[in-house]
Write a protein that binds this ligand. Structure first.
Ligand SMILES: Cc1ncc(COP(=O)(O)O)c(C=O)c1O
Length: 476
């Protein structure tokens, strides 16, 4: 994988680091942070000592010292013919990357999982589904592509969003993660390169790693889409597939606009890369009235993954794939070696919910907007040094901490009665320890309480003053 960063770009990212004394340590520390944060993604070739010397205006010995210090710390490796390549010291294993949404069974506020509870109307949708069940009992119950009426309803929703779609282009799955597993079976071979945003969704990272794909993370900035970085990464990596979330990206909540979609789609087309677009959060717009068209409107080969889990309820376990028809055969084949279809009652229930979509979404939006406001105001008063960009949708804030300590914070947080997902979980190639994801799916009072606990953990637990403390009772 031939990725590189120019000397001028490295110098720009380093800013004033070289002005510190001793200069070699300033440069080494600056580079270490850039690599840890995946702003220089591991696997990237750094400029030669000579080139960086010229761009920084320091002596060659200073840069040589900085590089050798980074090699000792495990952040650089010298590869024959490739110069110095960024890497992370080995720590976490693949299994450590999974987010497990199972309730923890403790009374700690669980902020590891960004999944809302069911809105009103779910039980009524199940009642209606059960009432319709007798009509299906004369069949064998297997619908490997999905119930025809649900495929039709999902296709109509794409039409409404500006992407004409036939029901034959829809494959109903047992959730979006299962949809990704089907896509990987159909289109990603062992050793294929897959580009992802960094940060990305942990269980997608783990799914792709388990398939032994070679992951490349393209740094996106929490302040906005770094489309140039993504486009450059596509050109440099020439990946087989790109797994991306342009619609309220998990975890940053970023929404990619139409012109950025068009630019990225052109780059993917040029490199022959299959866009795999996860739209799990697409229906969770909180502020924006006018939404961009689905990514597939710009890139016709796109395989789109959708889910009922966040807009409706995770317990339905229903998701889907939308794909151009010529790719459907490979997807159905991928599906038939995984499971043989999604449950009939759940598909019928989702059909009812979709008929009532606007009412359900309005309730969802209200709840999330109120919870987001409570989280933002608690952070402003209790952790003012934490930065985040207000997301226009989705389920979480991606917070930047004043120092790289999110793993340490996540490990002390349970003894303060709160569980957190640290930044490195979201990093396809390591790093991101300066970030933590805070979902706003809990109630305002739980979030306010959780932030107090986090603030205590941050101020007391990480300062070494913390000894051992019982989790306070949950305040609801
Ligand atoms: C981006 C993204 N994709 C997929 C999933 C999994 O969704 P499902 O419950 O439909 O499998 C999630 C859940 O958090 C998610 O955030």
């Amino acid at each position: 994988m031939d990725r590189y960063i120019s000397a001028d770009r490295t110098a720009a990212l380093l800013g004033g680091s070289a002005e510190r004394s001793p200069a070699y340590l300033g440069i080494a520390d600056g580079l270490r942070l850039l690599i840890s944060d995946a702003r220089i993604t591991p696997g990237t070739r750094l400029p030669s000592e000579r080139e960086l010397t010229a761009s920084l205006g320091v002596s060659r010995t200073t840069v040589a010292h900085a590089y050798s210090h980074l090699r000792e710390l495990g952040y650089l490796v010298s590869r024959q013919g490739s110069g110095s390549v960024a890497q992370l010291p080995r720590t976490a294993e693949v299994g450590d990357m999974l987010l497990n949404p199972e309730p923890s069974g403790t009374d700690a506020v669980d902020l590891t999982c960004a999944a809302p509870t069911a809105p009103p109307g779910i039980a009524a949708a199940y009642d209606a589904a059960v009432a319709e069940l007798p009509a299906h009992l004369t069949q064998n119950g297997y619908y490997p592509s999905g119930l025809p009426a649900l495929r039709e309803a999902i296709a109509r929703r794409y039409d409404e969003r500006g992407l004409p779609t036939q029901p034959e282009q829809i494959l109903v799955t047992s959730g979006a993660l299962s949809a990704l597993a089907v896509v990987v079976r159909a289109f990603v071979d062992v050793g294929d390169r897959v580009l992802m945003e960094s940060p990305s969704y942990p269980n997608a990272i783990a799914t792709l790693r388990a398939a032994r794909a070679r992951l490349a993370g393209a740094d996106i900035d929490q302040r906005g889409w770094a489309t140039t970085g993504l486009v450059d990464a596509v050109a440099q990596v020439r990946p087989r597939a790109a797994y991306l979330m342009p619609d309220f990206q998990n975890p940053t909540g970023l929404l990619m606009d139409d012109s950025e979609r068009a630019r990225l789609a052109a780059a993917l087309r040029k490199s022959g890369t299959l866009p795999v677009i996860d739209e799990t959060m697409a229906e969770l717009a909180l502020d924006q009235a006018e939404l961009p068209k689905p990514f597939a409107a710009h890139a016709p080969t796109t395989v789109t993954i959708g889910s009922a889990s966040k807009a409706f309820w995770g317990g339905l376990r229903i998701g889907w794939i939308r794909s151009p028809e010529p790719q459907m055969g490979a997807l159905v084949a991928g599906r038939l070696t995984l499971d043989l279809g999604a449950p009939v009652v759940e598909q019928l229930a989702l059909l009812h919910l979709m008929q009532n979509r606007e009412a359900v979404f309005a309730i969802r939006r209200d709840h999330l907007t109120t919870s987001r406001a409570a989280l933002v105001s608690a952070l402003a008063s209790q952790l003012p040094s934490w930065c985040f960009r207000m997301p226009a949708g989705g389920l979480s804030l991606w917070c930047e901490l004043p120092r790289a300590a999110s793993s340490a914070l996540a490990s002390v947080a349970p003894s303060y009665g709160v569980r957190l997902a640290a930044g490195p979980l979201f990093a396809p190639e390591g790093g991101l320890d300066r970030f933590v994801r805070l979902p706003f799916t809990e109630s305002p009072s739980q979030l306010t309480d959780a932030v107090s606990r986090i603030a205590s953990a941050w101020e007391e637990g990480l300062s070494g003053r913390h000894t051992s403390r019982r989790a306070p009772a949950l305040i609801t």
